[in-house]
Design a protein around this ligand. Structure first.
Ligand SMILES: NC(=O)c1ccc[n+]([C@@H]2O[C@H](COP(=O)([O-])OP(=O)(O)OC[C@H]3O[C@@H](n4cnc5c(N)ncnc54)[C@H](O)[C@@H]3O)[C@@H](O)[C@H]2O)c1
Length: 346
């Protein structure tokens, strides 16, 4: 039985806690949170943009701590970090030094140097460091990854990726560069990671867009893979209007097929603008039947892989910290490109 300590009982801490309850061979044995009422089980004021509303929880049998150090002295095998991004690196390094495996929510950290510090700590401790990039566990992205990796439609020629939300002005510190990092590190990092997973690292990025509080606000990026490489593009950011709280999608080109999908929440309507669609040779159009897109299922699948990775002793590629660090680097290169209005080598 793998013993897990979850650090940070906010929206993601609750999602992870609930997801572990659906899995075998794992038990949340400890929680760490600075708000005492959450340790007393009062999660009624926790809310996010999916999943169940927070409830009064029965946490009997679970050790609770307000200080990370005390959780690290307990017998947990894995520390699951669902803290605000600015705290990820320090808590991960301390957890690894205490001999714990670490699973950390995205973004891995705010700075690449912090990612390097985390990786070094994992190497020194001989423990696993995994990062929660959940997008490839969502049915549409899982489908695309499987189709591309199967090789059945030949070479990958390129792709266009979109992730745009209404400005989440209700999220504390969202526009603070040293706390959350705006839509670049909170939002686009999902696509940066998926692009890295599908295409590898580009030679350079060219981005242009608007800025808010010194952070990219709404922008377009061309990821340059050289003359004969894939052509890759992303549109990301926030809208100043509240009417469309979420929009994401892709169009991925292969030699023998194009994969497309776009989903958005406009007003109170959550719907596909384009259902997952496969355009194949001879005008053939297919609509694959994908599993239920409830994000809670994606998190349960992700955490199932975390548990399996610890049991096996190696992380799967999607959760690999090296990829998460590359995704962060791609984000920072885009910010640099927007600010300098120049192409930036990666
Ligand atoms: N994968 C996704 O789709 C997704 C979605 C939302 C959030 N996230 C990520 O999850 C992480 C957490 O985001 P969230 O929305 O849950 O934030 P949140 O603010 O809801 O929760 C963070 C919790 O950490 C607690 N905390 C802060 N400092 C602490 C400390 N020193 N010790 C103990 N507890 C402390 C806060 O009191 C709060 O309860 C972020 O990295 C975010 O990017 C990922």
């Amino acid at each position: 039985m793998l013993r897990v300590g979850v650090v940070g009982i906010g929206f993601m801490g609750m999602v992870h806690y609930l997801s572990y309850q659906k899995l075998r061979d794992v038990q949340v044995t400890a929680l760490c949170e600075k708000q005492q009422k959450r340790l007393d089980g009062d999660w009624r004021d926790i809310k996010g943009n999916f999943g169940p509303a927070g409830e009064q929880m029965d946490l009997s049998g679970i050790e609770t701590f307000t200080e990370v150090e005390d959780l690290l002295a307990s017998d947990v095998d894995l520390v699951d970090i669902t803290l605000p991004p600015a705290l990820h690196a320090d808590v991960a390094v301390r957890s690894l030094a205490a001999g714990k495996h670490v699973f950390c929510e995205k973004p891995m950290a705010l700075k690449v140097e912090d990612c390097q510090r985390m990786t070094k700590a994992a190497e020194q401790a001989g423990k696993l460091l995994m990062v929660g990039h959940v997008l490839p566990f969502f049915p549409e992205y899982q489908w695309a990854l499987q189709v591309v990796q199967s090789g059945q439609f030949g070479k990958l020629l390129g792709g266009s990726f979109k992730r745009v939300i209404s400005d989440p002005s209700w999220l504390a510190n969202f526009w603070q560069p040293d706390q959350v990092g705006g839509p670049l590190l909170d939002l686009h990092i999902h696509d940066a990671h998926f692009i890295r997973l599908l295409f590898g690292m580009p030679n350079s990025v060219s981005s242009c867009g608007s800025q808010k509080n010194g952070l990219p606000e709404y922008w377009h990026t061309h990821f340059d893979y050289g003359e004969s490489g894939p052509v890759v593009h992303a549109t990301s950011g926030t809208l100043r209007q509240q009417g469309r709280s979420f929009d994401h999608g892709f169009e991925i080109q292969l030699e023998g097929a194009t994969l497309a999908f776009e989903f958005s929440v406009t007003g109170d309507q959550a719907d596909y603008h384009c259902p997952p669609t496969l355009l194949a040779a001879e005008s053939k159009v297919e609509y694959p039947q994908l599993p239920d897109g409830d994000p809670m299922h994606a998190f349960a699948a992700e955490l199932g892989e975390v548990v399996a990775s610890v049991q096996r002793g190696t992380s799967i590629e999607i959760l690999d910290s090296a990829l998460a660090q590359d995704a962060l680097l791609l984000c920072h290169k885009q910010a640099e490109s927007i600010q300098s209005r120049r192409r930036v080598e990666v």
